[in-house]
Design a protein around this ligand. Structure first.
Ligand code: PHE
Length: 446
């Protein structure tokens, strides 16, 4: 256990955690959810939920990791030695990592395919209908999305296999600043499109009648997904954070980065959507079908398109290796395999699941769970059920099972850093967050 390592610097911790948080959730999902759920009304709900509910859960999760100093399962075993049931949270986290990574690598694979297509100019001069037809052909082929997803998984595994500092920390420190620069370039280009003003209206002027219980459930699920909360990713990363690091400070930075990047992604995407009078509610297709054809019609569009999909790929990569780390930490510490072997074992399982997810999108595929294909089912169930459930259990453990003094010491580094927000945090985590999560479960319907 002594040699499991830790992140080397504060910037490394923030880059890795922000890298986990900023992902497809921010750039692919957030814009279309904003589009589907009433624009700025959704954004405001999302912000309130992220500050009052998700960020506190993130603090709890990260601090548990640092207290336990191990993988998810080992952490719960150490912190509650006599109550085995709590290890269930660890199992739930491991399963969730597989579920998310399997559909996640399919979408990340699309982004690789779209980089290639943008580079060879394959979208140029094409209408939305033509791009849609091409995309449907791509999905229906089955083998193409599978191949790209596997390429993506190999890259993820290569980084994870290179170690915590040399692979994860170093890549996050490089990719996160690059991602921010790419996004700013895209927003600046969008600013010069006719639809920018209309986007500002859509993203900033709220229509509160749009806030329904369904919208709130969607905002909460999205917020958990986007901040990587509720399954042990942040717990595992937290276990690599030094005792001298200020947890609330790190989480504040991660929250700001995550929200800022999601909103900036909206400003990069919606101006093109409004300029061409496209309905902003086009759902998951927004980024993959609408955008390439819009880019194809504007000056510098090919470069925009390349930059956009590279951005999406970087965002996906830093999240994917954080998900994988949950599994790798478990396999190395509990099953005593070397990091490289752990990565290879995980790869095999993930490659199989990702293949099933990609194939489930082929027309007439029998790979379904209820009314949804496997891919959509994994996406929905992870955000709306598994993460909030994991989050609820983590919070109950932190605020009701552990003694107050223990958590207080961890959050304030034994009283060496400011404990002013602790009472607020404790109140939120003990009462408000569990109640909000239970209400959310009651309103959940499929
Ligand atoms: N936060 C990532 C995103 O926004 C997804 C993720 C979820 C990563 C859970 C790790 C754990 O895309």
């Amino acid at each position: 256990m002594e040699n499991r390592g830790s992140f080397a610097s504060r910037f490394g911790v923030i880059a890795a955690m922000a890298g986990s948080a900023v992902g497809l959730g921010n750039i692919w999902k957030f814009p279309y959810m904003v589009g589907e759920n009433g624009g700025s009304a959704f954004i405001i709900t999302y912000l309130i939920i992220s500050v009052l509910i998700t960020a506190p859960v993130l603090i709890a999760e990260m601090s548990l990791g640092r207290m336990g100093g191990q993988n998810v399962l080992g952490t719960f075993r150490t912190l509650a030695p006599k109550q085995k049931a709590w290890q269930g949270v660890g199992w739930l986290g491991l399963i969730t990592a597989f579920v998310i990574l399997s559909f996640y690598s399919v979408i990340a694979g699309w982004s690789l395919a779209f980089i290639k297509e943008s580079v060879v100019g394959g979208f140029m001069g094409k209408s939305v209908t033509e791009v849609t037809a091409d995309f449907n052909g791509f999905i229906a082929s089955g083998w193409q999305p599978v191949a790209w997803a596997i390429v993506f998984l190999v890259m993820t595994c290569l980084i994870a296999g290179s170690g915590l500092q040399k692979g994860i920390e170093r890549s996050s420190k490089l990719l996160m600043p690059l991602l921010a620069v790419l996004l700013v370039v895209l927003v600046v280009r969008s600013f010069f499109l006719g639809g920018f003003g209309e986007s500002v209206q859509f993203l900033v002027k709220p229509d509160f009648s749009k806030i329904t219980p369904e919208v709130m459930v969607a905002a909460l699920g999205q917020s958990f997904f986007s901040l990587s909360v509720g399954m042990g990713t942040m717990l595992t990363y937290g276990s690599y954070v030094k005792k001298s690091e200020n947890i609330t400070g790190v989480v504040t930075n991660v929250l700001i980065a995550d929200v800022a990047i999601a909103i900036l992604a909206g400003f990069a995407i919606f101006p093109a959507v409004f300029t061409f009078d496209i309905n902003p509610t086009s759902g998951p297709d927004l980024v993959f079908l609408t955008l390439p054809s819009l880019f194809a019609q504007i000056g510098g569009g090919q470069i925009m398109s390349i930059l956009f999909f590279v951005l999406l790929f970087f965002a996906a990569l830093t999240s994917a290796f954080s998900l994988l780390e949950v599994v790798v930490a478990y396999v190395t510490e509990e099953l005593k395999l070397k990091r490289r072997s752990a990565v290879i074992v995980s790869f095999v399982g993930l490659a199989i699941l990702a293949t099933l997810c990609a194939m489930s999108q082929m027309p007439d595929s029998a790979l379904r769970l209820g009314s949804l294909n496997l891919f959509d089912a994994f996406d929905k169930v992870s955000s709306n059920v598994m993460l909030p459930l994991g989050g609820l259990l983590i919070v109950l453990f932190w605020a009701w099972k552990l003694p107050k003094q223990r958590v207080q010491e961890e959050i304030t580094n034994n009283g060496t850093c400011s404990g002013r927000i602790f009472p607020v945090l404790y109140f939120l985590l003990r009462y408000i967050v569990p109640v909000a999560l239970v209400i959310m479960f009651i309103n959940l319907n499929f």
